[in-house]
Design a protein around this ligand. Structure first.
Ligand code: ITT
Length: 189
């Protein structure tokens, strides 16, 4: 069983592969020979996930899914949101994290959530699945695992950040894992 995952993000590929191990073989864009930077010009997660999945479905005639995700911070009017990957103008995670920490300096409301929307293109139809996890933004980085904003995101009910969890633990609660479970339920029904 193969699934094509329309991503250039190696960390996303690793998390999805770990979650689907023994169930599906996951091919990413590199694996299907697609080296295009697919334009993500929509202003919603749904829109951008759909642009990525549609690109592969159209150009490669393959069913596939894509994940658009990001961090929404309440005190910043839900920024960085769809702009999470390049919030500071660069894709450098540390620069993006530092910008968030600077904007939240002295701010008491640290509430945030990670959101993933998966778009599954199957037989020309688009199916959307969403996953959300609530948490808070730390005042400093902690942990070296994961990627992106993981070192400053502490999920509710935990006293460690995503970056202090191994992939298995993150995959047991994350926004991406929740959306993925919904897609799996759809695929196996
Ligand atoms: P693809 O579009 O190729 O899949 P991308 O990195 O550009 O890869 P997005 O456009 O969905 O992906 O941007 C998501 C950004 O949000 C990502 O680069 C991280 O900065 C952040 N992000 C998403 N999920 C995350 C997670 O589980 N942990 C930490 N940061 C995350």
């Amino acid at each position: 069983n193969q699934l094509v995952f329309a991503t250039n993000n190696q960390h996303k590929t690793e998390e999805i592969r770990a979650a689907l191990i023994g169930q599906y073989e996951v091919l990413n864009l590199e694996d299907i020979g697609c080296f295009t930077d697919i334009p993500e010009t929509a202003d919603t997660f749904e829109g951008n996930a759909t642009l990525k999945s549609t690109y592969v479905a159209t150009h490669y005639k393959l069913d596939c899914f894509a994940d658009d995700s990001g961090l929404e911070i309440e005190a910043l009017n839900n920024e960085p949101g769809v702009y999470s990957a390049r919030y500071s103008g660069s894709r450098d995670s540390l620069e993006n994290i530092n910008l968030v920490l600077k904007k939240l300096e002295g701010v008491e409301n640290r509430k945030a959530r990670f959101k993933t929307v998966i778009s599954l293109m199957q037989n020309g139809e688009n199916h959307l699945f969403e996953g959300v996890i609530n948490g808070t933004i730390r005042t400093a980085l902690s942990g070296a695992m994961g990627f992106g904003y993981d070192p400053i995101f502490q999920p509710d009910g935990y006293d460690i950040t995503f970056a202090e969890m191994d992939m298995k633990e993150k995959n047991s609660i994350s926004h991406r894992a929740i959306a993925l479970k919904k897609m799996l339920a759809f695929l196996t029904k």
